[in-house]
Design a binder for this molecule. Sequence first.
Ligand SMILES: C[S@@+](CC[C@H](N)C(=O)[O-])C[C@H]1O[C@@H](n2cnc3c(N)ncnc32)[C@H](O)[C@@H]1O
Length: 253
Amino acid sequence: MTDGGRIHDTAAAGFSAGSSAYARGRPSYPDEVVEFLAAELGLGRGKKVLDLAAGTGKFTALLVPTGADVLAVEPVKEMGDELRASVDGVEVLEGTAEDIPLPDGSLDAVTVAQAFHWFDPDAALSEIARVLRTGGGMALLWNRRDESVPWVGRMSDVLRWREFDRANYDRIDWSAVVRKSGLFTDVQHTTFPYEQELDRQGLAERVRSVSYVASMESAEREGLVEKVLGLVEDKPERFPLPYTTLVFWCRKG
Ligand SMILES: C[S@@+](CC[C@H](N)C(=O)[O-])C[C@H]1O[C@@H](n2cnc3c(N)ncnc32)[C@H](O)[C@@H]1O
């Protein structure tokens, strides 16, 4: 953690306790998203991109094949350690979105996958603008579970997902949040379909990796795992957990 950098208590507790479950149970992102962002933001050889709040490196790993120099910033030591162990060729720095340990104007792009909802948005946007060169790109993305699929909707009910304020990132107008900062061009937005293929063990880890579930007492946590596994009794050994990947992007103005 950087001096003065502090993250939400649930993130700190949940992501340190659940880092291994996170690495095993959370989804990656569609390859098309990276191809799309590489084209839109001009990522490639000779460019420098930061994956902010990189976690165990699920999105970071997909940036490496673009040929850009990839840096990662992550505040939770256990998550950063998973990243260092599993993704080669990335410099991993300890830090927060509100206090990014990089010089002014030093980056061509910043990506934030499944994490901007944890930040203090105004402080983070001003830090992201500080480390980007003028015209540099910012992309915010999230994998949103497809709750229109009945068992996925029931899983959200079992986890009481909507009662946790940070889980409502898909109801926030991120374009308006970015526009208010006055630091970026208009935000553009698109979506990609995505599926995570899981077995029962993978679904159990998916549940254990949810920040507020990871920080529960083990009896309560495993009770939720059992209930969620009960929702997929009729499924074959491997089955898809469907998502929509939400992508927002803009440039430093
Ligand atoms: C759901 S994980 C996403 C990790 C990774 N980007 C991915 O796509 O798998 C959220 C990450 O945000 C990090 N985080 C939470 N608050 C943060 C902050 N204020 N600054 C930087 N990172 C933060 C957590 O430590 C965690 O690794």
